[in-house]
Design a binder for this molecule. Structure first.
Ligand code: SF4
Length: 971
């Protein structure tokens, strides 16, 4: 058996003489978003196989089916190889293109974009899919001057990011995760095997081998859940109720970390209860200066020994009251009624008993009670100390860090609901009650997090920040902290095309890509000119309501002009979306280009310090493919964006690698896209002058840079004085003030106050007042997904959800010859009891219907799904002919999408329609849809419904090639 993790190349397993010169190059995988280190083995310059890089900190040599199949991405016949322009007079969706040169493409774009930029920059919209260079795409949009920019987060997991960041200052996956090396109990909620994939597998395997107990809470038992010690099935969209009941139990049994909550959260801070302008806000001492003007910390706590209010910002927290209601004595707040934030949480969850949660979740009350006891037992009876000295923000010295070995992990199963933000808040608060934030065995941050709750990044909030031929006056995306931060005009109407940061979805930190096409076609809130889409299959699996969106992409006005006048699509493969483009820009694969996973963006940091990574070209681009990064640099230079132009009007950056090396966030800041080998000699980390040899240094170091912090900076980083100083010096944070956990979110209360008419300044439109007042509860609460209110639940009794399979990532692998052998079509998985009640047989054809649409597919019965849920793999089904699959391929005839059953909008009183999203963050409510199932009639055709056709682009795609892999000779 060959050792596939060794450093010895495995070029010829048959043992024959190896012909040709061999070499190994390292880079970073991009067959999914996990960014494992890989070794690409070449013979005579041609890729022979790919394996995991044992020297890479993230995956330590482990590779998955997708990663090792990257070679077939290179060999796909669906590669686009030249720029294409839709033939005049032909419809979108016909794939009727003519080849043009890059110079023609650039000239066309330059002229069009220059005109938009000089007249009304917001008529250009740039939306990207699962791109890993949002720091660059966001910079491009900002320099262009358009607020209409976002990546995929709004339809992915923005609730997970925002819910956690607004509460504890960090989030799961890229910005934090479970410390399974030291945890004793691990609880995973709503997670398939798609995020943090290989690192999670490695950690889980070690965790289980060392005796850890793993509980999975999920409607479906697949992937990681399949190896859990216990699976607790739960109804989709109800995790919030479970989490609130666990909080209820821990508070009732007083099994919480008092010391942690008093010192490191806003639990003891006094909230005004009077019906005044301060209602629901923390009282503040006007005599004391606020350290941070965004999140003033000059608050009060109640000293329960002396029975007086005292300064909250102090090291002397042991006397603070955690519960109770008080009246302020003489002084600036004389007579005001106050309660601690924790007291308000206690009251909020008082009715959230296990019996209440049991009726919502389907989990027995006794199991919920036992789970609360298990969590507390791990946190308190199994607690330990590590002898690591550290100093807190108030100067208090600690000889050790306390370990609370109960860890959690959660993902889209919690996030992709219209109640997801408050559910994720509940999870973050549960973790905080147990004292497991940035402590050994619990949740731990990864640089650049933790950051303030929320980070001090403000988005465009005023129309005057958008001016012709001028960069935006603020970032396109940010973290609003007040209604004044919303992206609305003087009438309170949305400024952005996707209506992000409007009163409809005030905290939409990642935008709402799922509404862009619908809004653009309806010219709501206004008409745009050019929509540029990168790496997002919006005409198929990345959109809700797929059939209707495909029609909208082709919609014309009465004069026959497209309602979206110009559509640019950049992709490496001939996807369903490409066929709708007016201009197609052929992208490279991840093995053909430079890339960076930057600290300015989403790095691959470890718990012990910042880590970033790069890709370097392994092989030259096919045909005339050009990395989208190069396209952006070229356009930014031609359009003379200030950040891309020298003082004398010349071009500042030769190309993308040159840009990455020389760009600094501010002139002379020493902070750029890459943190490794900075400074003239390449001997500085994180901060230093640009180093012209930086790419070479990454290339000779496994394409990864790992800065290991001193041990005293590894834990308690929200309040760790040494770490905070380091983080500010290195540009990871703007200030050094402590990041207190927001058990009570005053930020949400500001919005609620406006909606209730208690706050001057910006006010929501009348039809949204009740909505904002209801959902912007400063304490977590559970409500049924919004779609339920628009659905006859008795007619649609089942929940329907999707997951990504282990062997395919979105639709990226539809054309991958190896991976298609694992998944070429999908089934609807149904609990046997549910299937029997509906008269559906294992393997039989059936209809699954929502109020929005219907799908015919094949079903499989499975005990690994709770009876009220049906589910399938996403993005396996294809439009017939797309991706250069043969007409009639299994993907089109037997594969299907659930997207046809999901609406991108819901009805709303007052305006008629609103995005099908979380009312706080705009997170797409993918998993809220309700369905019913019935057997297909015996005489129906045995193919999936609906069927659609996408003609293959005949121009400029690569010819199929074969690979003589084990034959010992070159093809
Ligand atoms: S988990 Fe993702 S990044 Fe890692 S090897 Fe697999 S496909 Fe590549």
């Amino acid at each position: 058996m060959p050792n596939t993790s060794s450093n010895t190349p495995l070029h010829d397993p048959t043992g024959g003489t190896v012909p040709g010169a061999t070499e190994i190059k390292t880079t970073t995988c991009y067959m999914c978003a996990c960014r494992c280190g890989i070794r690409v083995h070449l013979r005579d310059g041609e890729i022979r196989y790919i394996d995991g890089n044992p020297e890479h900190p993230l995956n330590q040599g482990v590779i998955c089916a997708k990663g090792s199949s990257g070679i077939m991405k290179q060999k796909s016949p669906a590669r686009l190889t030249r720029p294409l322009r839709r033939i005049a007079g032909r419809d979108r969706g016909e794939s009727a293109f003519e080849e043009i040169s890059w110079e023609e493409a650039f000239a066309l774009l330059e002229k069009r974009l220059a005109h938009i930029r000089a007249t009304d920059p917001k008529r250009f919209a740039l939306f990207t899919g699962r791109d890993q260079m949002q720091a660059l795409t966001g910079l491009f949009a900002r320099q262009f001057g358009t607020p209409n920019y976002a990546a995929h987060g709004g339809f992915c997991s923005v609730n997970m990011a925002a819910g956690m960041i607004y509460t504890i200052g960090g989030s799961f996956w890229e910005f934090g995760g479970p410390d399974l090396e030291r945890a004793k109990l691990f609880v995973m909620l709503g997670t398939a095997e798609d995020h943090h994939s290989n690192p999670m597998k490695v950690a889980l395997s070690k965790f289980k081998r060392s005796g850890g107990r793993f509980i999975s809470i999920n409607p479906i038992r697949t992937g990681y859940s399949a190896i859990a010690d216990e699976w607790i099935p739960i109804r989709p969209g109800t995790d919030g109720a479970l989490l609130l009941a666990l909080i209820h139990e821990l508070i009732q049994d007083d099994r919480i970390d008092h010391e942690f909550l008093k010192k490191f959260s806003n639990s003891p801070d006094l909230v005004c209860l009077d019906d005044s302008a301060e209602n629901g806000l923390f009282l503040r001492d006007p005599q004391r200066e606020a350290v941070n003007e965004d999140l003033p910390q000059n608050k009060y706590a109640w000293d329960q020994v002396r029975n007086v209010p005292v300064q909250r910002e102090t090291d002397q927290t042991e006397h603070f009251a955690l519960t109770g209601e008080f009246v302020m004595p003489a002084g600036p707040h004389h007579g005001k009624r106050v309660a601690t934030a924790f007291e308000l949480l206690r009251r909020e969850v008082e009715a959230c008993t296990p019996e209440w949660a049991g009726s919502i979740t389907g989990i027995s009350p006794s199991r919920i009670r036992l789970l609360a006891k298990e969590l507390a037992h791990a946190a308190f009876e199994q607690a330990f100390e590590l002898p690591i000295a550290w100093t807190d923000a108030w100067g208090g010295h600690h000889d050790a860090v306390i370990g609370r070995p109960v860890a959690f992990h959660a993902m889209r199963g919690l996030a992709a609901h219209s109640n997801g933000f408050q559910t994720v808040r509940a999870l973050a608060i549960l973790m905080s009650l147990l004292g497991t934030i940035d402590r050994p065995g619990g949740f731990r941050h990864k640089a650049p997090y933790p950051r303030q709750t929320p980070p001090r990044v403000r988005n465009v909030s005023d129309e005057t920040q958008i001016k012709p031929n001028t960069p935006l006056g603020a970032a396109p995306l940010g973290f609003p902290a007040r209604p004044e931060d919303l992206c609305v005009n003087a009438n309170g109407q949305p400024i952005r095309l996707d209506k992000a940061f409007s009163w409809e979805h005030p905290l939409s930190a990642h935008g709402l890509m799922h509404n862009v096409i619908t809004n653009a076609v309806h010219q709501d809130p206004y008409a745009i000119d050019t929509l540029m889409i990168f790496m997002a299959n919006m005409a198929w699996n990345s959109t809700m309501n797929t059939t209707s969106i495909r029609a909208l992409l082709n919609a014309k006005d009465v004069e026959g002009n497209f309602k979206i006048p110009f559509l640019v699509v950049c992709d490496a493969f001939d996807s369903e979306m490409v066929s709708f483009a007016d201009l197609v820009l052929p992208d490279t694969t991840y093995l053909e280009r430079h890339d960076c996973m930057s600290i300015l963006d989403r790095p691959i940091s470890e718990f012990d310090g910042p880590v970033d990574a790069v890709r370097i070209p392994i092989v030259p681009p096919q045909g005339e493919c050009k990395p989208f990064q190069e396209v952006l640099i070229e356009l930014a230079s031609r359009l003379k964006f200030p950040a891309f132009t020298t003082a004398d009007g010349g071009r500042k950056f030769k190309d993308y690698p040159d840009f990455i090396v020389h760009y600094e966030t501010a002139p002379g800041s020493g902070i750029g896209f890459l943190s490794g080998w900075r400074g003239p000699n390449g001997d500085q980390s994180l901060r230093g002058e640009p180093n012209p040899k930086q790419w070479e240094m990454y290339a000779s170091n496994n394409c990864v840079h790992h800065y290991e912090m001193p041990i005293e900076h590894h834990y308690m980083r929200n309040w760790n004085r040494g770490y905070m100083k380091f983080a500010k010096e290195m540009g990871l944070r703007q200030k050094e003030d402590p990041i207190q956990i927001a058990i009570y979110s005053e930020i949400l209360q500001h919005f609620r106050q406006s909606a209730s008419g208690q706050r001057p300044g910006r006010q929501p439109p009348g039809h949204l007042r009740a909505r904002v007042a209801t959902y912007f509860n400063p304490l977590p609460f559970w409500y049924a997904p919004l779609e339920y209110g628009a659905t006859a639940l008795a007619d649609y009794p089942l929940n329907a959800v999707t997951q990504r399979p282990m062997a395919m990532y979105h639709s990226w692998d539809s054309q991958n010859a190896w991976l298609r052998q694992i998944h070429s079509h999908n089934y609807l998985f149904i609990n046997p009891i549910t299937a029997k009640n509906a008269g559906i047989e294992d393997g039989g054809w059936l209809w699954v219907e929502s109020q929005w649409g219907k799908v015919r597919c094949m079903g499989r019965t499975s005990e690994a799904v709770e009876p009220g849920t049906v589910w399938t793999w996403n993005a396996i089904g294809k439009s017939d002919g797309a991706w250069h699959l043969q007409s009639g391929a299994d993907e089109a005839r037997k594969g299907f999408l659930l997207n046809h059953l999901i609406s991108e909008e819901l009805p709303l009183e007052g305006t008629g329609r609103i995005s099908n999203s979380d009312p706080i963050t705009g997170q797409a409510g993918w998993y809220d849809v309700r369905v019913r199932i019935r057997p297909a009639a015996g005489d129906e055709p045995e193919i999936t419904y609906p069927q659609s056709h996408t003609p293959s682009t005949t121009a400029a795609t690569s010819a199929p090639t074969e690979l003589a892999y084990f034959a010992g000779s070159l093809k």
